[in-house]
Design a binder for this molecule. Structure first.
Ligand code: ZN
Length: 321
């Protein structure tokens, strides 16, 4: 097998060979050998001409492909196109539009849109550890408003408009940044009330950590479980370590991507886009974590196994692509 691709151009050449696509996926899906997805048996034989396996046990659906039970399942789109779309999404720092992918891989825009949503689902890596973890571990907590007319409005005024959010079509994203790990969690939330925001802090941040928030009433009471320092936005200069500049940088990246690449951002789709941006942010190259494009791509593909979303689940419509 040729060596692993390092650039999009190399990936195009590499995955043009169907055997490279297959071997790449098999290595990430079945690390301990190919296994029947229906009964779990490893007694399988490879049907080389059809690039399928057949389970030796007697049961229905004995034949299976590498696509089964993945986001690629039921898709007529070939694996090379799927993998290139994953490559582009995993690596384009400011987001990539369905139009760019449509042009690059040569499938319809409708199919591209569907592929992108499936891929985003795979980029939600699901994390099990909490942020913070001690009195010296600092976590920034903040919310931002995405969409429409309030883009340039100051945060205090946005809070006033929050109660009339429906009328303005705003969507709220809450984010938490662990400064030590340089790791972000972010999700779409329904409002900025205490009962919405505080459970997220308790869920994502170890008790005893230092938490920085703005002075929103929603965060009052966190000092019961955290060292809670509040930012006064009226002060002109940042007060030492008490700031949320880190998570605000993440908001900039998020909005740059949306502004440049997404026309309409419904809350459901924004949620997937947030996952995509969190994936790129948490897996960006740093001195401690020198990831390259291939590494990010490989991580995304590894996560694809077992993830599956249907067209009906995405849109409420039947598949027609
Ligand atoms: Zn089987």
């Amino acid at each position: 097998m040729a060596s692993e691709p390092k650039t999009l151009q190399e990936a195009i050449i590499y995955f043009a060979d169907p055997d490279n696509c297959l071997n790449f996926l098999v290595a990430r899906r079945w690390r301990d050998g190919v296994m029947c997805p229906h009964c779990g048996s490893k007694e399988v034989r490879f049907l080389a001409t059809r690039r399928l396996w057949e389970c030796k046990s007697k049961h229905a659906k004995r034949q299976f492909s590498v696509k089964v039970n993945t986001i690629f399942e039921d898709s007529p789109i070939s694996l090379d196109k799927w993998l290139l779309a994953v490559w582009m999404i995993a690596n384009c720092k400011n987001g990539v539009s369905s139009y760019e992918i449509h042009r690059a891989i040569g499938v319809t825009q409708k199919s591209t849109w569907f592929m992108m949503h499936r891929i985003r689902l795979a980029l939600d890596l699901g994390t099990f550890h909490k942020l913070g973890g001690g009195p010296n571990n600092e976590v920034e907590v903040d919310e931002t408003f995405v969409g429409g007319k309030l883009r340039n409005m100051h945060k205090d005024k946005k809070a006033i408009y929050n109660n009339t959010r429906g009328a303005f079509g705003k969507t709220i994203v809450m984010g938490l940044l662990d400064r030590g790990r340089k790791e972000v969690r972010a999700k779409v939330v329904v409002d900025t009330k205490r009962d919405t925001l505080q459970p997220q802090v308790h869920k994502e941040v170890k008790h005893g950590s230092t938490v920085y928030t703005d002075e929103a009433v929603a965060y009052e009471g966190l000092s019961y479980k955290y060292v809670h320092d509040v930012i006064n936005h009226m002060e002109k200069y940042v007060n030492g370590r008490v700031h949320t500049n880190g998570i605000e940088n993440f908001w900039s990246l998020l909005k740059r991507g949306i502004g440049g690449t997404y026309v309409a951002v419904e809350p459901f789709h924004l949620s997937r886009y947030v996952d995509e941006q969190v994936f790129r942010y948490n897996n960006r190259a740093t001195a401690d974590n020198p990831m390259n494009d291939f590494d990010r791509f490989s991580l995304a593909v590894s996560n694809i196994v077992g993830k599956r979303i249907t067209y009906a689940e995405l849109t409420g419509k039947e598949a027609g692509w």
